[in-house]
Design a protein around this ligand. Structure first.
Ligand code: ADP
Ligand code: MG
Length: 898
């Protein structure tokens, strides 16, 4: 061997130079170590050797060169016979990662690859060096591509698509990739979906649903993401169903190609594996807050990584060169080869850093735009055969691989907020809270009822017992008393009889007998008396006993009382807690609404949280949330009720107040809700908020809501009646935040346009307040002031024409003219247009003419009549000037041509 040509980058003649990692013919990114797995999520999979085939780091926006391996197929039976006398056209030096392509017996070209795989390389090793690093990247959230390029029969399908069912060691890259993916993800939180397609003659067919035979490619103009919305997508949950799917795809491919009279080698097979992984997001906040519903924690936003692994089995590369030579019809040949030759052109352009890369020339290059020069990690395996008869094909395959090695990608993770799952979780949580609340309420009501019943039955039992005992005792006493009385009466009768008979005997006997009888009687009576005394004592004892019993009963009754009042206290506590729970629900709902809104904003790629307050021209509204928010708002209405939301405006919790006022403001932005809000007393609450709270956000949002309500004529009168104008005027005087001032000025400007309210508005200081807001100098505020003056001047002018009003304009009376004149030619079109109109309206009435002349307004009117870009305003100024004798005389005096 006399000379060796070194390919890939610098060319060396002569002896082989040892090549090291720092050698200039290798790009610096080639040997960068992979990211430390701990820095990237989802790294459960066993990581490949850092110095393996794909070595570039995988952080956001990290350069990563396309990695290229070459694989040599062993001689087949035919070659063993036919090429027996010839040497192979290639010689591999796998340890040096070099391949020599023999030119003739003496000379060969040497090429260096990222990996050189001999005819003995196992399918496992091929997977590990070519595809595994890409699969790991995909699991980390990057897009990835594995592609096989080479002449028909060199082993592309063998490398990628073998199912290996008869011999598992034969499993190809597709099957092994899915095995690793399924092993690394969690089926509860992540998902894997697959589509399988064929590209033939610039037509994409669905290998999972052959009826679908003309799928179009859709590109997102903003992100450049390519998708195939028409393709069947199947979710994969186990390896078996995936292998089944590949087999089905292959069967459909054979059937479709038979129908088209084509061979598989002419078409490209594309397998797309979509991996969605959830990362971050604090689920624990959902489980713990159910314990104590009143301490609601706003959950963090869940993140998802969406990545895609594309595995492409390209059509045979010989087609690029042999078009037409095998009797193809010209058109067919062109179409068959279009995608492959476009891929070659794109890779050439990228390898040479050319300014134009013809990505749009074919469907294949459109589909693979992320794989070459995009954000994906890409591995290419070029397959070659050993036969010297195909030296030309082998050489061009090798050159393709060499050019691809120069393509540099910029790896990026695609990360999204998973708003859908957040909103689902919030809804579930809300449901749970509502159910829990109902359950607690029901249990509490039941308990109260039970205790009430029990207390009642105990009280009535005690009362009954006491009454019975009392009755019995009373009866006993009565009976004893009656008996005593009866006995005494009997005694008395007996005594009388005895006395009578004693008198009769003494009359007769005159002696000692009566003395004995009396003594007996006295003894008897004494006995009776003693008896009476004893009975009385017994009765008294019984009475004291009863009294003490009664006392005991009374005591237990009062115990019942304290129990009832304890229950009442509990009831109050529960009611309070229920109220708090309801407040939480409203907050949750408003947060849900806010989140839906944010999600909407994100979706529109506006990229920032909108303060939802927009301009207050009569067209624009407080809220930008548009139609999409109507659903959550009306849900809120139904679920919570307007009254409750309004009640929250007075909540003691500042956070609740702010939420509530935002919700009311959002509702007030919808014309359909305005009447309901006003009827429910919302206007008064908002007016009160304007004054009673120091918080600037509350004031700003309340003023915005009032401004929206003030667009409607009947509301305008209500605002006036409820003293709104003086509240707005005071706020106009002391607010400092330009947005608050803009809302307040906008509200007053709306009121200025109501004919009926002119005098009252002015007498309550509306005009001066409006004029006062210009101190902040913010153009949005100035334009609201200008609009207000234009509205006011127009109403005045109308009233003067109808003869309702006479005398100078109230705007002039209140000193607004100098500001109007000063700013009538403002740069901002909105300010200028309103003030020009205001001047024209003021000039319509001769009473104002003298003040206008002395205030310099005539010069402005002349300017408007000459230069104003709006025809209607210019003509109005012209007409006004030419119909006013005072203005005309002054112009003559000043020698103004008119
Ligand atoms: P291609 O898809 O490039 O047209 P195939 O994968 O169909 O080529 O391979 C052609 C033939 O060569 C098949 O019979 C295949 O089994 C065989 N073959 C390819 N590569 C190898 C290899 N590395 N070891 C053994 N047989 C191989
Ligand atoms: Mg094939």
């Amino acid at each position: 061997m006399t000379s060796t040509t070194y390919k890939n980058g610098a060319v060396h003649k002569g002896n082989v130079k040892p090549i090291t990692a720092t050698s200039s013919n290798l790009k610096s990114s080639s040997f960068k170590p992979r990211l430390n797995p701990s820095q990237s999520p989802g790294s459960a999979l066993r990581r490949s050797n850092p110095s393996s085939f794909v070595a570039a780091a995988g952080n956001d926006g990290v350069p990563g060169r396309v990695r290229v391996a070459v694989r040599l197929r062993p001689q087949n039976a035919e070659e063993l016979v036919a090429d027996a006398d010839f040497a192979d056209c290639v010689e591999l030096q796998p340890e040096l990662k070099r391949l020599k392509l023999r030119k003739n017996n003496w000379d060969s070209d040497t090429y260096e690859f990222d990996e050189v795989l001999t005819e003995f390389a196992s399918q496992k090793r091929v997977y590990e060096v070519v595809a595994k690093p890409v699969v790991e990247s995909v699991l980390d959230g990057y897009n990835g591509t594995v592609m096989a390029y080479g002449q028909t029969g060199t082993g592309k399908t063998f490398t990628l698509g073998r199912l290996g069912e008869e011999d598992t060691s034969c499993r190809g890259i597709m099957v092994r990739s899915m095995e690793d993916i399924l092993a690394d993800i969690s089926l509860e939180t992540d998902s894997v979906c697959v589509s399988y397609l064929q590209l033939y003659m610039e037509t994409i067919q669905d290998l999972l649903d052959p009826v679908n035979d003309n799928i179009s490619i859709v590109e997102d103009p903003k992100t450049g993401d390519v998708s195939l919305p028409g393709a069947t997508i199947v979710e994969i949950r186990d390896q078996k169903s995936f292998v089944e799917l590949l087999r089905l795809g292959e069967a459909h491919r054979i059937a479709a190609n038979t129908k088209l009279n084509a061979e598989s080698s002419r078409s490209h097979a594309i397998l797309m594996i979509h991996v969605k992984r959830s990362v971050g997001g604090r689920d624990e906040s959902f489980s713990c807050e159910t314990e104590n519903a009143s301490h609601w924690v706003k959950p963090s936003k869940p993140l998802v990584h969406k990545s895609k692994l594309v595995i492409v089995d390209l059509a045979g590369s010989e087609r690029v060169h042999k078009s037409g030579s095998e009797g193809h019809m010209l058109e067919e040949a062109k179409s068959i080869n279009l995608s492959l030759s476009a891929l070659g052109k794109c890779i050439n352009a990228l390898a040479e850093n050319s300014a134009h890369v013809p990505v749009r020339d074919s469907k294949l290059t459109r589909l693979l735009r992320d794989s070459f020069g995009g954000t994906a990690r890409t591995s290419l395996i070029v397959t070659i055969g050993p036969s010297p008869r195909h030296r030309g094909e082998t050489s061009s395959t090798i050159l393709f691989g060499q050019r691809a090695m120069k393509v540099e990608n910029m790896l990026k993770i695609k990360e999204e907020f998973d708003y859908k799952s957040l909103s689902r979780k919030l809804e579930i949580q809300l449901d749970r809270l509502i159910a829990e609340n109902e359950r607690q309420q029901k249990a509490f009501d039941d308990e109260v009822e039970r205790i009430n019943l029990e207390a009642q039955s105990r009280i009535s039992e005690v009362e009954r017992n006491f009454a019975d005992a009392l009755e019995k005792e009373k009866l006993k006493c009565q009976m004893e008393y009656m008996e005593s009385v009866k006995k005494l009466e009997e005694k008395m009768v007996l005594n009388q009889q005895k006395q009578e008979s004693n008198g009769f005997i003494s009359d007769r006997c005159n002696g000692e007998v009566p003395g004995v009888a009396v003594a007996e009687e006295v003894a008897e009576i004494r006995k009776l008396l003693q008896n009476e005394m004893y009975m009385r004592k017994t009765a008294e004892d019984a009475l004291t006993k009863l009294r003490s019993q009664f006392g005991q009963y009374m005591q237990s009754a009062s115990c019942e009382d304290t129990e009832i009042s304890k229950l009442q206290k509990m009831l109050e506590d529960e009611t309070h807690q229920k109220k708090k729970l309801e407040e939480d629900i409203v907050i949750l709902q408003s947060q849900l609404m806010q989140l839906t809104f944010e999600a909407e904003q994100m979706r529109r790629c506006l990229g920032e949280y909108g303060n939802t307050y927009t301009g207050l021209d009569s067209h624009s509204r407080y809220s930008e949330t548009g139609n999409r928010l109507k659903a959550p708002i009306s849900t809120l209405f139904e679920q919570v009720g307007l009254q409750k939301i309004l009640a929250l405006l007075e909540s003691e919790d500042a956070n609740v107040r702010i939420h509530a006022v935002k919700v009311v403001a959002n509702l007030a932005a919808e014309e359909a809700n305005q009447e309901r809000i006003v009827k429910a007393g919302g206007l008064s609450s908002l007016l009160m908020l304007l004054r009673s709270f120091e918080d600037e956000t509350v004031r700003r949002v309340a003023a915005g809501a009032i401004a929206n309500l003030a667009m409607n004529e009947s509301n305008q009168e209500l605002i006036m009646q409820q003293g709104g104008i003086s509240l707005l005027s005071i706020t106009a005087g002391d607010a400092e935040d330009p947005q608050t001032l803009r809302m307040v000025a906008g509200a007053i400007a709306n009121l200025c346009g109501n004919d009926k309210l002119q005098t009252k508005l002015r007498s309550e200081g509306g005009i001066r307040a409006l004029l006062g807001t210009v101190r902040c100098g913010h153009p949005d505020v100035l334009s609201q002031v200008a609009r207000g003056f234009a509205n006011f001047a127009k109403c005045e002018s109308r009233a003067a024409t109808q003869g309702i009003k006479s005398g100078r304009s109230l705007l002039i009376e209140d000193g607004a003219l100098p500001w109007i004149v000063q700013n009538a030619n403002d740069e901002a079109a909105a300010i200028r247009r309103h003030l020009e109109l205001a001047l024209c309206h003021l000039a319509q009435h001769e009473v104002n003419a003298k003040d206008m002349i002395s205030g310099g307004a005539l010069w402005e009117l002349v300017r408007i009549s000459r230069d104003c870009s709006r025809d209607d305003i210019r003509n109005l100024a012209l007409r006004t000037l030419s119909s006013s004798p005072i203005f005309k005389a002054e112009m003559r005096r000043l020698r103004i041509d008119f």
